[in-house]
Design a protein. Sequence first.
Length: 426
Amino acid sequence: MHVFENVLIIDDDPILRAISQAYFAALNVKSIYVAGDGRKALQIICDQAGDIDFILCDLNMPELDGVEFLRHLKDHNYRGSVGIVSGEDMSVLEIAGRLAKTYELNIAGMVQKPLRKPDFDELIANAAKCLEEDTASSRRAVTPNELAAAIEADQIVPYYQPKIAVADGRICGVEALARWQHPDTGLVAPDLFIPCAEESGLIGPMTQTMINQTVADAARWTGQKIDIHVAINITPHLLEARTFPDKLASTVHKAGLQPSRFTFEITERTALQSSPLAMEVVARLRLKGFDISIDDFGTGMANLEQLRDFPYSELKIDRSFVQGATDDRFARACLKASAVFARELDMRLVAEGVSNQAEWNMAVEEAVDEVQGFLIARPMPASEFEAWYKSHEGVVPLDSIGQLQDDTGGDADHCSLDAVLRLVAG
Ligand SMILES: [Mg+2]
């Protein structure tokens, strides 16, 4: 777990200040600053010239309250993380959290008092994740030429993230996710090259190489009695190619496979921007026996009526609703509504981004069919997935779910920070 150097605790309650101080002292934080209100806290931040990496902030305080303090943090362009705590109602905490997000502050979480050790642990784990993401977003951009060369050299490879059936733990499928196996810098995370691929039009050839490799892997798995569903993310670009369904069907048949083994994930946003040609292509994919999934459901602000145009067989709830739903009532409501929607329309319901026991429990409660996320397994190369599947004999025992969570603490992708730093340096 990442250890913070400088932490600031802001609370007018001396007992909470003492508890928090003791917690951070046990973490070997270098400097712990404390303030009884927002004004004193701002003074500390000015004196430390922005070196505070984590702030634990109460809302109800004299002088300058927490909500005002967040606005000042924005004005100071504060780049560390903030954990918001309060004895107020959860809805007040949620408003403060949303406000902080509109200020583009890195919010590690909102917690109701009294704070217990697991609350602290979660805030710190989230804060470490924010920090990593911040490092990621400031990385050097990839150029289209580099990316084109990488596609040409077969350096873009599928990593497979398993999905298990909530009912019995059966490993029922995988989602193929693009990774760049860079010869010099190691594994490159997708957020570094997917935006470039989308902007440059290279997403088309990249998806095609992903399809080819994934079909070949699926054919090999059949020989090993690994009969699972394989999901591939599909881009608007390919949906605009009239010949796509025929080519795809021929590729799959040549590999000796049935189209029903494959699910094509189309994001809600893509679906909404699609042309009549895209609708035709999707309809023909479905006719040929491929499954169609609506991905990132809930993020495209779709008028539900518009979703009628696509013959979906699966609904994939966006990770933000899954991960937010344990402490955000709005996200929870979205999750519940999606579940009802999927059930009414006989769609398979998949929750992605499930990273802890609480989120798993929620998926069970909402009668989700399949779960994907770090709680089950990270995305992995084909050979590693094969070994993983065999070691589990095709089933993840449901009573082992709580113990699956690995101890890295973060939910970051399986991509070493070293590799990223080397790429930045290069
Ligand atoms: Mg997807």
